[in-house]
Every structure is written in structure tokens, then in C-alpha cells.
Design a protein around this ligand. Structure first.
Ligand SMILES: [Zn+2]
Length: 310
């Protein structure tokens, strides 16, 4: 079985403004890195539109209506101070993000693919059920997990997040839902301020691994191996969704961790081992952050290359 890559050109039409770090250039850099002979065995698919019903599996109806009403026909609309902006193409972009993530779930559960990478933007993990923030409008990773639970009737779905920022949105959506598990490694203290070890969820279904500024490869691997991997194994997921942010890379301009490309290879393969043991290798990986175009391209390539090596 193959690795599928979902993307859509509409994801380039979310334009948060000329100096915004979450730019269309990010996705162009990712696609350029993946459109090389090394990846010719991966199968590319156009991301379908997500549905309102899928979005409502995580987000509140009032919030979704607000986002639809805010969608501009021209210019920009700020949702969260200057951080999270809607342009005329944003609504379709986020619905393609949701559609890719849910189609990825369908594909791995329908045995069409071993695993999936969603090359989509904007990122989603800061979006809470009733709030857009931190460059994120809808939370496609959380939606994909809820979709697997509601539509495919899975009983245990894990989201694993190695973006340098804590996914406060995913944590908020999962906090009282024992069937959904969230594990995050992230720089701390740092934006958005959540993600301490004491935030465990009502059923101990949240695992936070805060990492200090300057954390290097050795410390990252030690902490992930000691705290995160055993917790995911113990949860025994039927599907693993990765919130794959690459802003802990040493080249990233927004954050202060020092991961190398090889660390993304390592963590991807460790998660694949767990998926092989617990759920026939089923992984849906979804692009989150990463703001050095060079670091994003090289680390995404390493991540997808590992996913293909199954
Ligand atoms: Zn991030």
C-alpha cells in the first residue's frame, strides 16, 4: 500500500498579508520539495472540500457561522488581533484542509493507503472549538480525529503534535473526551502559554511534554522516548493523526528549539512503529507550522520519506 499526499491549489489562496510568516510560500516550498523523483511512489490527490458537518464535529455552530459571515470578498479581516487573518480565499483554503484530513482518514481506514500526508495550509492546532487564533481558523487535526470516531466508529484516536507550539485548540477540544488522546511536545514557556504537565484531561487523555528553549536533538529524543511514546502505546490507538509542525527546526525564525532534519526522521519512525503495533500502520499526518522555508522543506521531505518507508 502506498502513501497518499493530499493538497490543493486553493490552499495557496489564503493570504494573511505581505509580512505574515504563515505565507503561501510555505506550501510552495513543501510541494517543491515533494515533487521530486524521490517521492514518485507517493500518490497525489486533490483535497476535496470539507463539509460543514465535519467542521461541526469540533467547532460550535455559532463560531462556524461567524467565520462564514466574516469571510471577505476583498481585503483582509482580522479574527484574532493581527495573528489570524481571513482573505477572500481563506474559507475555501480551510475547507480544503478539513476535506484533506477527513479524506485521509477515509483512505487509511478503507485500506487505500498505509498512511497519508496532508500538504495543506493554514495550520489548525491553535483553533479552539469557538475561537480562531495563532494563524489557525479551523482545527483540521482535531476534526479528523472526531470524524474517525463519529463516522468510522473508532473507539480510540490519538493526535500527536510535535509542532514547537502547544496545540491549545486540540487540547481544549479533547479535554473531556476520553476516546480522543492528545500528546504534544512544545517549547515552554512560549506561545500560547498552555501545555503544562498538569493539564492532563479529565481521563488522563492529554500528555504534555514541555521543552526548554535551546532543547537539542538528544534532549528531544530522551523526553519523547521517556514521556510521550509510552503514553501513546498505553492508549493503544486505532488511528494516529500527526499534527506535523516543523517550527522546532533549528533554522526556524519564530522559535528557539534546535531540532535537526534527522530528528523528524526519528520521531516519524517511532510513531510508525507504534502505529504498526497498534493499528496496522494507519497514520494521517497534517502539516501545521514551520516558518523557515529551507527548514520546512527539508524536514517535511524527511518526514514524508519516512512515511513512505513502510
Ligand atoms: Zn507552530
Amino acid at each position: 500500500m502506498t502513501t497518499l499526499i493530499y493538497t490543493h491549489e486553493a490552499c495557496l489562496d489564503h493570504i494573511p498579508g505581505p509580512s505574515h510568516p504563515e505565507s503561501p510560500e510555505r506550501l510552495k516550498a513543501v510541494i517543491k520539495a515533494l515533487r521530486t523523483p524521490e517521492f514518485e511512489k507517493a500518490e497525489w490527490r486533490d483535497a476535496p472540500m470539507g463539509t460543514r458537518e465535519q467542521v461541526l464535529m469540533i467547532h460550535t455552530e455559532d463560531f462556524v457561522t461567524d467565520i462564514e459571515d466574516a469571510s471577505p470578498t476583498r481585503g483582509y479581516v482580522p479574527l484574532d488581533g493581527g495573528d489570524t487573518i481571513m482573505s477572500p480565499g481563506s474559507l475555501e483554503a480551510v475547507m480544503r484542509c478539513v476535506g484533506a484530513a477527513c479524506a485521509g482518514v477515509d483512505a487509511v481506514l478503507g485500506n487505500e493507503a498505509r498512511n497519508v500526508f496532508c500538504a495543506t495550509r493554514p495550520c489548525g492546532h491553535h483553533a479552539e472549538p469557538n475561537r480562531a487564533m495563532g494563524f489557525c481558523i479551523y482545527n483540521q487535526a482535531a476534526i479528523a480525529a472526531a470524524y474517525a470516531y463519529e463516522v468510522h466508529k473508532l473507539e480510540r484516536v490519538a493526535v500527536v503534535d510535535f509542532d514547537v507550539h502547544h496545540g491549545n485548540g486540540t487540547q481544549a477540544a479533547f479535554y473531556d473526551r476520553p476516546e480522543l488522546f492528545y500528546a504534544s511536545s512544545h517549547q515552554s514557556p512560549f506561545y500560547p502559554g498552555t501545555g503544562s504537565r498538569t493539564e492532563t484531561g479529565t481521563a488522563h487523555n492529554i500528555v504534555n511534554v514541555p521543552l526548554p528553549r535551546g532543547c537539542d536533538s538528544a534532549m528531544f529524543r530522551e523526553q519523547i522516548a521517556a514521556e510521550m511514546l509510552p503514553a501513546i502505546r498505553a492508549f493503544n490507538p486505532e488511528l494516529i493523526i500527526i499534527s506535523a509542525g516543523f517550527d522546532a527546526h533549528h533554522l526556524d525564525p519564530l522559535a528557539g528549539l534546535n531540532l535537526q532534519d534527522s530528528d523528524y526522521d526519528w520521531v516519524t519512525r517511532e510513531l510508525m512503529k507504534i502505529a504498526d503495533e497498534t493499528c496496522e500502520g494507519r497514520i494521517v499526518s497534517i502539516l501545521e507550522g514551520g516558518y523557515s522555508l529551507e527548514g520546512l522543506a527539508s524536514s517535511t521531505a524527511v518526514h514524508v520519506k519516512a512515511l513512505m518507508d513502510h
